[in-house]
Design a protein around this ligand. Structure first.
Ligand SMILES: NC(=O)c1ccc[n+]([C@@H]2O[C@H](COP(=O)([O-])OP(=O)(O)OC[C@H]3O[C@@H](n4cnc5c(N)ncnc54)[C@H](O)[C@@H]3O)[C@@H](O)[C@H]2O)c1
Ligand SMILES: NC(=O)c1ccc[n+]([C@@H]2O[C@H](COP(=O)([O-])OP(=O)(O)OC[C@H]3O[C@@H](n4cnc5c(N)ncnc54)[C@H](O)[C@@H]3O)[C@@H](O)[C@H]2O)c1
Lengths: 205, 205
């Protein structure tokens, strides 16, 4: 799945380009970047054209332009705001995850239906599910982490999409589909463990 | 990564074979299974030979034998025991995850270095890190979930491997390598979110 590793590859291009800039390079060709990453020049050009990174095959790419464009796509100069929907065991762990700040990811609000979980004064407020459309609009939220029970995951996802959410990181063990401009990434931790066990049992045979 | 989806494919083969068995099939050919799964017969034969599933290309595979062998590989008739190392925010969420039971996965113990977290009488006991070698040996544990801070993840992984752990599901945002018969699966939630944001920003351009 080529899009799954995209941010990893783009980050590597950026790192290489920053090194080249510090060495005084003004231009670079896809072959140089391909060598540095250990990929084919064709993949580099494919990535660059996919992301609209400007350059000419003959004259090469301007290092400074590429860095600026990659910075924009990688969003390194902006806080990336997310909401967490379903503030139970795993939702709460994610809301308090310190590792997000380093990636400039900030959880701006949690949402739940259980009145016991609602807390408007928490450092990261937890609001009622009904407030999603208002918050998504007023805070321009595009990405939501979905950590509700699987019995309600599909309908809550629909609520999110109707409210304007464009990207969902889904932890419920159901296959949530995106479509219509909405990207869904499914994380199935039980399946990852099953896979590990499966590979170990095979290794025994 | 072919091994990542292995358990998904093997489970599909099993489901198809159980349906065929209920229809009275005694034998099946790779082409039948290939059609049912929408994959090539070559992939089916490659999977089956990789997993040592017996059969002859001409005579076909015996449905009952395949089901029994797949059951064994998928471990459906056995409880799969895991330990959780690092019982903080995300470790605790995983220790209490109800969804594991359905996959016959059971967390038999947690481990931590913080005395405040140690609790031998909890429903799932949390023990001191020093007790890992003893528990891994006495309970024949082969898989560990690693949810310690990234600053100690590499050394704790070494402790686990030295104790006999063969599979690690790693949540720390460092690239942990396996090797020497140890399988490591890395889950990087911040990176998955970064990827989502990246794809959305691209979709805007
Ligand atoms: N706990 C884990 O480690 C873990 C691991 C993998 C996957 N998951 C998945 O993540 C999801 C949450 O798991 P959990 O263990 O945190 O469960 P949980 O029961 O602790 O939390 C679920 C939360 O969702 C809330 N909720 C219920 N209906 C809602 C709705 N319609 N809208 C908004 N919020 C709603 C509940 O009030 C609760 O706070 C489940 O789908 C589970 O399968 C959890
Ligand atoms: N919280 C999340 O949602 C989240 C998401 C993605 C990744 N992670 C990763 O998971 C790991 C744990 O995150 P967290 O938020 O739960 O952190 P945490 O600080 O809440 O928990 C860490 C736990 O590990 C224990 N610990 C420290 N050193 C140890 C050692 N040497 N041996 C055993 N236990 C030790 C601590 O006492 C603590 O209980 C980190 O690597 C983090 O980057 C967490």
């Amino acid at each position: 799945n080529a899009t799954k590793e995209v941010v990893v590859r783009l980050t590597k291009y950026k790192n290489v380009l920053e090194k080249l800039r510090s060495l005084g390079f003004v231009k670079v060709f896809s072959d140089n970047l391909a060598d540095a990453l250990g990929v084919s020049p064709a993949l580099v050009r494919k990535d660059f054209s996919f992301f609209g990174l400007s350059g000419k095959k003959r004259a090469g790419y301007r290092v400074e332009d590429l860095i600026a464009q990659l910075n924009h796509i990688l969003g390194v100069d902006e806080i990336q705001r997310v909401i967490v929907v379903g503030c139970g065991k795993i939702g709460t762990a994610l809301m308090r995850y310190r590792g997000f700040a380093r990636e400039k990811i900030r959880v701006v609000s949690g949402f739940d239906v259980d009145p016991a979980k609602i807390d408007a004064n928490a450092p990261v407020p937890i609001r009622d599910l009904n407030e999603i459309p208002y918050i998504v609009k007023s805070e321009s939220i595009r990405v939501a982490i979905l950590t509700v029970p699987e019995t309600v995951a599909t309908q809550v996802a629909e609520t999110l999409i109707a409210a304007g959410i464009k990207g969902i990181l889904n932890f419920a063990p159901i296959l949530l589909k995106g479509g219509n401009g909405v990207v869904v990434q499914n994380i199935n931790i039980a399946l990852e463990l099953e896979n590990l066990f499966c590979l170990l049992r095979f290794a025994d045979k």
